[in-house]
Ligand binder design. Structure first.
Ligand code: AMP
Length: 585
């Protein structure tokens, strides 16, 4: 890859970012990396939006989609089935072979920055071998990066790891240290610039002068702001307005607000509402077009492969050529009572040995909505009419249990029934409400029986990542064993405290440190915190064999001593009560 000297002179590392376009008029990747670096350096949302809007404006139409995807940490658009499948082992081998720097240097750089991309940049900057190499390389462009990523995603089968490694090596060897930083982040799928989809919607609106609500609606319907950005660049507002729901393009699901009481939701919904059992499973979007069926998780990942029985059920039972349906998949035990959520999640992650999993974790589907039927979007139809259509096309697939009522008394009985049957609670859906993708409003409420908060003691803490790297921000939470007096860990959380509280807590825990650990500290059990959580799972992770799911600190209990905190016996009692109705293996 040697070039003539005049070229070498014009593309030294320090000059790479000087002009937006490369010689062939494609936008340089260096400029993209510089933008990301600027986003990372500021926490001002408006500045981020302005910088991005400016950048989008200057791109060519075919550069918009790759740029927007990559800015959001994706190699490809969300609905795209391609994946890079590059392991940390492969990535680290490439970094090692290109820099030839001792790996302890990487660890040091990581400890300092808390970020894999930033640590890699430090290594590339300090590597003598690298400086030589970059001098002879041609500047990368955004489209070249995309093409390289496509080539990597295409590799499969025997020897794919080595071949991927080689392509990645070629890509990195053409990149500046700053470019490598962001290439690494794209490969691992974490940009950490603080720039998320909501800000991208603002940037697209600004760049192409399209009202924000038009951009937002289009993003929800098409499932990805990337699509909207591309359309905005190509056809402006009219193009964006044309973006519609399509079969096989997952969209963001409608969500529900929490409510404590049936009275509240009846009031909000104008006295009468539809209650449905809130099943404790996983939400899926089923897309059907003739004989083809694809299933997407709530986070819009394609999970078709892991759920063959749902594919079959849809193909054989659903009476429509084209349909987009929503429902809840629940795992069931032998007596058909609902099984724990964690078992179900194991089904979703599975792509191999599916048959064995089908046997071990049988699942059932309950449908609750229909969003598209034979060429027509149904999102504007009222809930009751969608539900009617759903019952017409669903064959013998069960729908979620439903009760339309004005009576708080009947509603409460229905809630008790749901809990008795081992479900989470109720959903309440406004009878005349349209389906609003991606929106958490008052048209849908969820009413759950909440588990009582626990007062737990912090017995250890780990250093955080990124912005939190100098704080002890990940806490081990323990309950006291009333019989032995020993504190047993039941969960871990980094959620719930404000920045200021993290700083104070770090100081406090440093003073209470009994032992330093590789990633944190063990501390004397002194600090009591009130913790909320979704459920208590059986888990081999901790000695007590239980673990809190989605734990979050509600407040610091300065008023309580560790002796007054909750006991492991109480945690076990809640655990038992919670699953009284559920199969527990
Ligand atoms: P959230 O996602 O937090 O708004 O809570 C609603 C979740 O409850 C949905 O994402 C579904 O996974 C789940 N769910 C269970 N039963 C129903 C139902 N009958 N209707 C809608 N969502 C349901």
């Amino acid at each position: 890859m040697f070039m003539s000297f005049d070229k070498i002179e014009s593309i030294g590392e320090e000059q790479r970012g000087l002009s937006l376009k490369g010689k062939d008029m494609e936008t340089r990747f260096q400029v993209f990396a510089e933008l990301c670096e600027k986003l990372e350096a500021t926490s001002k949302r408006l500045v981020m939006v302005d910088l991005t809007a400016d950048f989008l404006n200057q791109l060519d139409a075919d550069e918009v989609e790759p740029t927007v995807s990559m800015m959001l940490g994706r190699a490809f658009p969300k609905w795209d089935q391609r994946v890079l499948e590059i392991s940390w082992a492969t990535l680290s081998d490439v970094i090692k072979s290109l820099t030839n720097v001792k790996w302890t240097r990487f660890r040091e750089a990581f400890a300092k920055t808390g970020d894999i991309g930033a640590a890699t940049k430090i290594l590339f900057e300090s590597s003598k071998m690298r400086k030589q190499a970059t001098l002879f390389e041609k500047p990368l462009t955004i489209l070249e990066v995309r093409r390289a990523l496509e080539a990597i995603a295409e590799i499969s089968g025997y020897g794919s790891r080595e071949r991927k490694e080689r392509l990645l090596e070629t890509l990195f060897s053409q990149a500046s240290a700053l470019e490598v930083k962001f290439l690494v982040k794209i490969v691992i799928g974490e940009m950490r610039t603080g720039f998320y989809e909501g800000l991208m919607e603002l940037a697209v609106s600004k760049a192409f002068n399209i009202p924000l609500d038009v951009v937002q609606t289009a993003a929800m319907l098409s499932g990805d702001v990337v699509e909207v950005a591309k359309m905005a660049k190509l056809h402006g507002k009219d193009g964006v307005l044309k973006l519609k729901l399509q079969v096989f393009r997952p969209f963001r699901p409608m969500m529900a607000q929490s409510s404590e009481s049936v009275e509240e939701v009846l009031g909000e919904h104008g006295r009468e509402t539809a209650f449905e059992y809130k099943l404790d499973g996983a939400r899926i979007q089923i897309h059907k077009y003739d004989e083809e069926v694809r299933i997407f998780s709530r986070r819009l990942t394609d999970v078709t492969q892991s759920l063959p029985e749902i594919v079959e059920l849809t193909k054989t039972r659903v009476q429509a050529r084209q349909a987009v349906l929503e429902g809840e998949v629940v795992a069931v035990g032998e007596d058909r009572s609902p099984m724990l959520f964690q078992h179900l999640m194991r089904r979703f992650r599975r792509v191999h040995k599916i048959e064995e999993m089908q046997r071990r974790i049988p699942i059932e589907l309950y449908l609750f909505d229909i969003i598209y039927l034979d060429e027509k979007s149904l999102i504007a139809l009222p809930y009751v009419e969608r539900r009617k259509k759903l019952s017409e096309v669903c064959g013998d697939i069960p729908l979620t249990e439903q009760l339309i009522t004005r009576s708080p008394k009947e509603a409460k009985r229905f809630l008790e029934e749901a809990i008795e049957a081992g479900h989470e609670g109720l959903m309440a859906k406004k009878l005349d409400s349209a389906y609003t993708p991606g929106i958490r409003g008052k048209r849908w409420f969820k009413i759950k029986k909440t588990l009582e908060p626990l007062d737990l003691v912090i017995v250890g803490a780990e250093w955080g990542y990124g912005r939190r790297h100098s704080w002890l921000s990940n806490y081990y939470l323990a309950a006291r064993d009333a019989e032995t007096g020993i504190f047993l860990v039941v969960g871990k959380t980094f959620k719930g405290l404000t920045d200021r509280e993290f700083i104070q807590m770090t100081k406090r825990l440093k003073a209470l440190t009994i032992k330093k650990q590789p990633h944190g500290v063990t501390v004397a059990p002194k600090v009591v915190v009130e913790v909320v959580y979704n459920e208590i799972q059986k888990s081999p992770k901790y000695e007590c064999e239980m673990a809190l799911r989605f734990a979050r600190i509600k407040r610091i209990r300065e008023d309580k001593s560790p002796e007054e905190a909750d006991t492991i016996q109480r945690v076990r009692e809640i655990y038992e009560r919670q699953y009284g109705k559920k199969a527990r293996y």
